[in-house]
Write a protein that binds this ligand. Sequence first.
Ligand code: ZN
Length: 415
Amino acid sequence: MKNFNLQKITKVLLILAGLLTIAAILLYVIKPARRLIIDTPLETHVEVNAGDTLSKILTEHGVSGGDINTIATLLKQDCGVKGLRANSDVLVIKKKNGNAPVDKITLSTGPWKRVELSCDADGKWNADVISVRKDTRLVRKSGTISNGGIFVQAGIDAGIPIGTVYEIINLLAFEIDFERDIQPDQEFTVLYEENMLDGQVIDGGRIVAVLFDTHLDRRGKLKMYRFEKDDGKYGYYDDEGKGAIKSLKRTPIDGASISSKFNMRRKHPVLGFTRAHKGVDFRAPTGTKIPAAGAGRVVVRSYNKGYGNYIKIRHANGFETLYAHMSRFQKGVNVGTTVAQGQIIGYVGSTGLSTGPHLHYEIIKNGVHVNPMTVTFPRIDDLTASQKTEFLKIREKIDYALDTLASNPNLSIPM
Ligand SMILES: [Zn+2]
């Protein structure tokens, strides 16, 4: 029995030793590969990392101190390059063969700029700023929200650049609450331009259209089209040409969690009996800034036993918003003050009938309390008759692109 155990232990130890050796070899191979992407005797790609300098990198490649000084001066005086930028610049260092000195260096600095340095037969270095071919390509990407319910992740999974994903969130911020409305299985489609550099995708450009299945009965499917007016100003419009810029924000405090939803029959946490909850409670620390959900005029700035310190703002289109339990009001915000959307009106607190610091937020439409999370806000109808005609033509073009790219993703469609 003892012998058997010993054999078993020896076997395990041998396997472990083998695994460690493999790991060590892998580490040895992988580590230098992170810095050198492609390594042939003739051409070496070097990504500039933090702490790297031109002098350090070129010295490592056998370039003499005198040549390094010449190259640095050429870059600075002829090409406007003062130094290397970490995590962005890439150098390609070339030599005729393994034993020859470096005679060509290409520096890609920023997405559109490339400098080529070459050494002639007499050992004289020259610098050229190379013009880079830029173009854009229209692409259509679709995705489905996964179980995590995170749109950012689903967007990245669909192959949309992160900057474009955040732009989509911004342009739909008044339509969708991306922290709370997003549910698994929601589908989305984005038509946008990719910025290309010598045939390689660099980043996302203009967003041309966004389709979003909101899964919310009252709001249904969202489809917004980019439209640029003659003065160069652009916006996103629905299929009828109504603008996406909304009068009110559903959630005035970014990132706050909901502690109590809109409910016309709720047992009140302090009073203990059923009482309608005519708003939404956002839990947030005392002192958190409260911005106005939309532009409007302050009509109430007061205190009562229920709401504590509260403010009511009247907006366009028959809407009013109310903010309760504030610890204090913002200085200069009084009855009659005109406020802009996002302007700070007060600070989160727990005054009045409240069990802890939170913002109690109400939206009132034509005198009736509505659920801030599901109310439909009016779209702004700001296109003139001729702009609308122009918009409908653009819409047709965009719809054609969406249809065509769905079946033929590689087709080139001018927009
Ligand atoms: Zn409340």
